[in-house]
Write a protein that binds this ligand. Structure first.
Ligand code: UGA
Length: 461
C-alpha cells in the first residue's frame, strides 16, 4: 500500500499534479520538495508561484492536511514509497544537440540524489518506485535506471528501484480541469507491481478505462513527444491551408470546420486544434517537435526527422508571412509608423510568453523600423520589454495602444478583443486604418463597415 509520495521539483507540472493527487487521495501523504528555498516558501504562502484557475483552492484545502512543500529533499525522498521526478529539462543551449536535445543535468542530479537518499531503503529491502514525470527525450528512464543501478540498486525482482514513466498532458490555463478529468493517464514500466501501484493511486479519481499502461518505458516517453508533435502538426496543417485560402479566396474557418466534422479527424466536433492563426507557441510544441526530430536523426532516420522539422519550418513561415502581409499592405513600409499589437501571451488565459508568436512578429515589425505599442491583459510590462529587448512600448489598454496607429495586429485570442469599441479605435487611428487579425477573433464584416482595411489569416481579402 502506498502511504507516502514525494515529488522532486515544485514547478509548473509537479505543483498542480501533486495538489490534485493529495486532494483525491486523502490517505496518502504527498510532499513536494525542491532545492529552491524561495520556491518552497512561495508554495507555503498565499501567493503561489504557479497561477492556474482553481489551484489556490485545492492547495488551501490540502496543505497542512496531506500535502506539504519542503526543501528537506533527502528526508522526504528517503521516506517515500513513490518518488515523482518533475525537474526542469530545458533544451541544450550549447554542445552536442544544442537547440534540439534536452539538457538532462537536473535529471541526472535528481537521479543521483534519489540513489543517495534511498540508501536506507535498499537495506530494508523495500523497493521504491521512481516516476519520470518531466517531459524528457526517449530513453531517459533507461539512463535513470543505469544511474540507480550503478549506485547499488540491485536488479530484476530484487531491485531497490523500479522506474516508471508517467508523462503529463495538461495544458496551461486548464491544468486543474485536465488533471481532475484527464483524457487519459499513461503509465509505462517493466515491473508489473510498480505499474499497478501507480494505477491504484490514479484510480482514486480516474476511471480505469482511461488509464493506459505499457510494458515499455520508451513507448510512454515517445507518446508524450508524439502527442505534442501531432497537435503542433495539426495546427500547422490548418496554417498551411490558410495560405492557400487567402490565395484562392476561401475561408479557412469553413474548411477547418468541414474537415474537423469528420469523426476520424476531429472526433466529429469540428475545429479542435484546427484553428489557423499566426503560428503556434508555448513551451511544449516547438520543444517536443524538435526533440522528436532529433531522436529520428540520432537513430539514422533523416527522412522522418525532416518531416517533423518541416512542422517547425512551416510555423516560422506562418509568422514571417504575417509580418510580410502587414508591411506589404501598408504600402511596403512601416518605418516610422505606429503599429499596435494586441495580445502578447502565447494563448489566451495565460500570462506565459514562452515561444509566443507575438515575440517574432514584434521583432519583424521593429526590424522594419515600426514603432510598436503592445497591450496584453495578463503579461507584465517587464516581461514584454524583456522579450523584445525593450524595443517596443507597452500600453495600458487596447485604446491607448491603437491611438495614432496606422495598423493594429491581434496576436492572442483574448475574449476582450472581440468586444472592443472598434469605432472608438478607428476614430483614433490614422487613415487608412488597417487591422491584421492573426487569431480570427474580430468580426470582419463589422470592421469593414466601420472603414477598416481588414486582413484575417486564411480569410478572403
Ligand atoms: C500543450 C499541449 O496541448 C498539452 O497537452 C501538453 O501537456 C503541453 O503542451 C506541454 O507539454 O507543455 P499548451 O502549450 O499549454 O499545451 O498549449 P495549447 O493549448 O496546446 O496551445 C499551443 C499553441 O497552439 C498556442 O500558441 C495556441 O494558440 C496554438 N493553437 C492551438 C492554434 O494556433 N490553433 C489551435 O487550433 C490550437
Amino acid at each position: 500500500m502506498v502511504k507516502k509520495i514525494c515529488c522532486i521539483g515544485a514547478g509548473y507540472v509537479g505543483g498542480p499534479a501533486m495538489a490534485v493527487m493529495a486532494l483525491k487521495c486523502p490517505s496518502i501523504e504527498v510532499a513536494v520538495v525542491d532545492v529552491s528555498r524561495p520556491r518552497i516558501d512561495a508554495w507555503n504562502s498565499d501567493r503561489l508561484p504557479v497561477h492556474e484557475p482553481g489551484l489556490d483552492a485545492v492547495v488551501r484545502a490540502c496543505r497542512g492536511r496531506n500535502l506539504s512543500f519542503s526543501s528537506d529533499v533527502d528526508r522526504h525522498v528517503a521516506d517515500a514509497d513513490i518518488v515523482f521526478v518533475s525537474v526542469n529539462t530545458p533544451t541544450k543551449s550549447r554542445g552536442l544537440g544544442a537547440g534540439l536535445a534536452a539538457d538532462l543535468a537536473y535529471w541526472e542530479s535528481a537521479a543521483r540524489m534519489v540513489a543517495a537518499a534511498s540508501r536506507s531503503a535498499t537495506t530494508t529491502g523495500k523497493s521504491k518506485i521512481i516516476v519520470e514525470k518531466s517531459s524528457v527525450p526517449v530513453r531517459t528512464a533507461e539512463a535513470m535506471e543505469r544511474i540507480l543501478l550503478a549506485h547499488g540498486g540491485g536488479e530484476g525482482d530484487d531491485a531497490a528501484f523500479h522506474v516508471v514513466s508517467n508523462p503529463e498532458f495538461f495544458s496551461e490555463g486548464t491544468a486543474m480541469r485536465d488533471l481532475l478529468c484527464p483524457d487519459r493517464v499513461l503509465i509505462g514500466g517493466r515491473d508489473r507491481d510498480a505499474v499497478r501501484a501507480l494505477v491504484d493511486v490514479y484510480a482514486h479519481w480516474v476511471p480505469e478505462d482511461k488509464i493506459v499502461t505499457t510494458t515499455s518505458l520508451c513507448s510512454a516517453e515517445l507518446s508524450k513527444l508524439a502527442a505534442n508533435a501531432f497537435l503542433a502538426q495539426r495546427v500547422t496543417s490548418a496554417n498551411a491551408i490558410s495560405a492557400l485560402c487567402e490565395a484562392v479566396g476561401a475561408d479557412v474557418s469553413d474548411v477547418s470546420r468541414a474537415v474537423g466534422m469528420d469523426h476520424r479527424v476531429g472526433g466529429g466536433v469540428g475545429g479542435a486544434f484546427l484553428n489557423a492563426g499566426v503560428g503556434f507557441g508555448g513551451p511544449g510544441f516547438h520543444r517536443d517537435v524538435l526533440r522528436l526530430a532529433y531522436a529520428c536523426d540520432c537513430n539514422g532516420l533523416p527522412e522522418a526527422a525532416e518531416y517533423w522539422r518541416q512542422v517547425v519550418a512551416m510555423n516560422e513561415y506562418q509568422k514571417s508571412r504575417f509580418v510580410r502581409r502587414v508591411v506589404s499592405s501598408m504600402f511596403g513600409t512601416v518605418a516610422g509608423k505606429k503599429v499596435a499589437v494586441l495580445g502578447f501571451a502565447f494563448k489566451k488565459g495565460v500570462a506565459d510568453t514562452r515561444d509566443s508568436p507575438a515575440i517574432d512578429v514584434c521583432r519583424g515589425l521593429v526590424g522594419d523600423r515600426a514603432h510598436v505599442s503592445v497591450y496584453d491583459p495578463a503579461v507584465s510590462e517587464k516581461q514584454i520589454l524583456r522579450d523584445t529587448a525593450a524595443k517596443v512600448c507597452v500600453a495600458r489598454d487596447a485604446y491607448e495602444a491603437a491611438e495614432g496607429a496606422h495598423g493594429l495586429c491581434v496576436l492572442t485570442e483574448w475574449d476582450e478583443f472581440r468586444t472592443l469599441d472598434y469605432q472608438r479605435i478607428f476614430d483614433g487611428m490614422q487613415r487608412p486604418a488597417f487591422v491584421f487579425d492573426g487569431r480570427n477573433v474580430v468580426d470582419v464584416g463589422k470592421l469593414r463597415e466601420i472603414g477598416f482595411v481588414v486582413y484575417s489569416v486564411g480569410k478572403p481579402l
